[in-house]
Design a binder for this molecule. Structure first.
Ligand code: ATP
Length: 347
């Protein structure tokens, strides 16, 4: 059995509500895996089962070489070598930073505890805050202390549940960066729960997309973004323009151009999903271009989002590198990038 964490065929029910349905995945040492999915899909339950905060009903969980949970047998959370960080920091308000971090290190000698606390605080860039109380710290600083507290016992596994979601944009970006570097340097196997695809792409070596208690796809951020295996992943992972069509002679016609297919039989009704960056805009080169009127252009950093209405009807979004953006045109020609186009049989 490989080191790290392995969940095998795990299912879970609350009463008659089956919230996890036969999920399996591994996390290797040093790997950050994000569990990504909409609210209620079972991410937190999976994390709590890994931590031992919820009793396992079906399947098996192993950490390194040890089975820590299977039905009827169970290793206590504090004996699993697992660190945890939650959204709400969960620091003790009446204890200093040093005592908060040292709280879980009761079995250490005083000298060992002091060393572990100082090391963990250095890892998160907070070494000068040993004697501060939580209320003296900002939300981002409190979350750094929560991370330090989880790191101090040098866990093999780190479990993070929406750890940045209580923070404003700037602090979130900052803490995300620190967390990524600390976890990578420490070589800890990490699961992070998030409902934010951008955050999952930023943090994850791998992302497991979940929906309704099932794993929809498990892969690198690139593979999920560029090779989604189903409609759910394609649309959850990034905005898409969607068109209904029917395959005719190996060709799928859409309002933004045609694509060829050898995957679907003639007459198959399909949904065509096109990422906004899969629609290229430019000048009309002949009288046969697909034209769209420009409704609005919005700068989103390095790219512009163009709101367009096709001359033949239908609102679409194109995401265009700023240097190619035709900001002052009322009308643009559209071409379709087949690499950013995904076809699924209509459900
Ligand atoms: N202790 C519980 N008792 C009963 N039902 C629960 C309990 N905990 C979670 N659930 C239900 O299980 C389902 C999955 O919840 P879970 O918290 O795992 O989802 P999630 O994907 O983490 O969602 P969120 O991001 O909203 O926390 C939900 O329908 C939830 O209402």
């Amino acid at each position: 059995m490989p080191d790290g964490l392995r969940m095998s065929n795990v299912s879970h029910e609350f009463g008659s509500n089956r919230v996890l349905n036969d999920i399996s995945f591994d996390v290797a040492p040093g790997e950050i895996v994000c569990l990504l999915g909409p609210s209620g899909c079972g991410k937190t339950t999976a994390l709590r089962l890994a931590a031992g905060l919820e009793k396992l009903q079906f399947g098996q969980i192993a950490i390194d070489d040890q089975i820590v949970a299977h039905p009827g047998d169970y290793v206590e959370p504090e004996k699993r070598g697992v660190g945890m960080v939650f959204q709400d920091y969960a620091l003790f308000p009446h204890l200093t930073v040093a005592k908060n971090i040292g709280f879980g290190l009761k079995h250490f000698s005083d000298a060992q505890r002091r060393e572990a606390v100082e090391r963990a605080l250095t890892q998160v860039g907070m070494s000068e805050y040993l004697d501060a109380y939580p209320h003296e710290l900002s939300g981002g600083q409190q979350q750094r202390i929560a991370l330090a507290r989880a790191l101090a016992p040098t866990p093999q596994i780190m479990l993070l549940d929406e750890p940045f979601s209580g923070l404003d944009v700037a602090r979130r970006a900052d803490l995300r960066d620190t967390t990524l570097h600390v976890l990578k340097n420490a070589g800890i196997a990490t699961i992070m729960v998030t409902h934010d695809p951008q955050e999952a792409m930023y943090m994850g070596d791998r992302i497991i997309v979940m929906n309704e208690g099932q794993v929809m796809q498990d892969g690198t951020p690139e593979s999920l973004y560029f090779q989604p295996e189903n409609r759910f992943v394609a649309s959850f992972f990034g905005e898409v323009n969607q068109f209904a069509s029917t395959v005719r002679n190996g060709i799928i016609e859409t309002p933004v151009g045609q694509i060829t297919t050898d995957e679907f039989a003639d007459g198959t009704e399909v949904d065509v999903l096109v990422r906004p960056e899969g629609l290229h805009v430019g000048d009309s080169v002949n009288g046969h271009d697909i034209m769209a009127n420009v409704d609005a252009v919005r700068a989103l950093g390095e790219v512009n989002l163009m709101h367009l209405t096709l001359e033949k009807g239908g609102h679409i979004h194109a995401r265009v590198p700023r240097r190619f953006s035709t900001l002052n045109q009322n009308s643009v020609a559209i071409t379709l990038d087949p690499e950013m186009t995904f076809v699924f049989p209509m459900s």
